[in-house]
Design a protein around this ligand. Sequence first.
Ligand SMILES: Nc1ncnc2c1ncn2[C@@H]1O[C@H](COP(=O)(O)OP(=O)(O)OP(=O)(O)O)[C@@H](O)[C@H]1O
Length: 630
Amino acid sequence: MVQEKGTISIHTENIFPIIKKFLYSDHEIFLRELVSNAVDATQKIKRLSSLGQYNKELGDLTVDVSFDEKAKTITVSDKGIGMTADEIKKYINQIAFSGATEFMEKFKEAKDANEIIGRFGLGFYSAFMVADKVEIQTLSYQEGAEPARWVCDGSTEFEITEGNKTERGTDVILYINSENEEFLNKWKLQEILDKYCKFLPVPIKFGTKTEHEEDGVDEKGEKKWKDVEVDNIINTTNPIWTKQPSELTDEDYLKFYRELYPMSEEPLFWIHLNVDYPFHLTGVLYFPKIKNEFEIQKNKIKLFSRQVFITDEVKDIVPEFLMLLHGVIDSPDIPLNVSRSFLQADSNVKKIASYITRKVADKLNELFRKDRNAYEEKWKDIGLFVKYGMITEEKFYEKAKDFVLLVNTKSEHYTLEEYNAKVKDFQTGKNGTTVYLYTTDAEKQHSYVQAANKKEYDVLVMDAPLDNHFMQQLEMKLEKISFKRVDADVIDKLIEKDDAQKHDLTEDESKKLKEIFERAINNPTMKVEVESLSSESLPVTITMEEWMRRMKDMARMGGGGMGFYGSLPDSYKVAVNGNHKLVTKMLQSDEAHATQLAKQVFDLALLSQGMLKGADLTSFIERSVNVVTE
Ligand SMILES: Nc1ncnc2c1ncn2[C@@H]1O[C@H](COP(=O)(O)OP(=O)(O)OP(=O)(O)O)[C@@H](O)[C@H]1O
């Protein structure tokens, strides 16, 4: 007997075709929505029971997901609070959005199904993305409630009749349409449940699975096994982020990490997030080992809302540099279903981002203070992360400046403050700027590093692509320091002091020398200059000005607006040591011999820079052999 027929109050005839069509790409979330509703209903009955407002047995509260390939149905059953016919009318029929007109207007901007579903309270209706007909069989927990049945065939017509349920709870039965039969598949459903429902707080059963069980011993005394069918519970109801850190061991955290990222290396350490005010957020963030930039995988953080998986695109919620971390964040306070631009402006999201940034900085600081040696050992893996954070987040910079480390060619680690104290006295030039010398490749730039060390200068290793930006950041922030690569100039000019040496050459001699070299090198991008270096320094040194090289490096890395520098030819300075005895010899030789000597020492300088290649290298070798045999 039909009790009631009616029209779902959305005033627009064909809302379902719109839902179906528009939400095409995200079809699978219908299951997330229905299972979440079932879990909500279950938690409500638990709460009523604990408040003493429901006094009957709760019984087994497992939510059951099943499908029938022949009947082409998927059923989600719960033993939650159920609904009366009136409640169905109230909650299901009057779709919780303020009107079809608004929906019609807004859906145009919406970018994905999540947005529409959440914003308009269409969770339940997402069932129509995959089903032609949806049936609800339900019995409310309330004393004397009658079972009710609701059926809707995807038009705006519905029907409420007497239901057949004899126990408290709700069954939602989807009659899957022909385009969506792929969902009538065990593996497909299992996959969707794994993705969205793996950590829901109520057990979810999906069929059964076979397990091996010990079955006594045989005649020989060996263990016997038997296969038993057990419920296939697809979720862990108390994932670690819902627990207190004090209840957890390191092994628990590692186990959870392995569960989330089965193929990954062990994380370095982790942070347990737990805040109640001014927003709710729990989670565990792991620091993965990051060896180099190419390995970075973003979007590894999974975002949950009350244990329901929402997305692993956490951009806009956590600051960019924190996306290098792995783990989970769970917050009901993140507006999940709004557009990205709205998200960025949301004050809760901003607070959450700065909370996480602070927590991460505090954790690093704690590791640094507690066990400096261990921290230094891990620096290789966390350095990139810390520097990235300092470059991109002002707030993080302020905290991290106390625990970021600089590493020199002797593998010694220094904080910014320690390093400044170490080099200030020796490496401050006459203009008052302290020069931090660095190498990007201690092997290749070996002769320069050695020259610096001879002068008792310290040399840092800055070999990550990010270091360019990092140094620039430090130059801006720290007063009166500048970074110079060891081959940015001849050693005496890298850090200019008052006691600069003079060479004994006359102006004419200098000019002549310059000409000899220019002729020998015959390359306009090599600018020859006669310098007064110590007589033990090499006769010729090739350098590239710091500023120019950095611009070129950035252009190479694709730095915005730097393309112009990339297109300039490399320009080097060829510093001829006016105090070297070879110079005197050259000035006294005939032109041909002088040119040959100039060529030879220039090639030697190129060689020490790793710049001598191809035909030039061959002719250098031939020339050298001749010199030796002469
Ligand atoms: N399995 C169920 N048991 C009891 N009540 C249910 C069940 N499923 C849905 N309802 C009722 O129907 C209402 C509407 O559900 P729907 O999924 O459309 O929206 P919602 O769950 O309130 O919001 P959203 O899905 O956007 O988070 C629910 O709030 C609940 O009152």
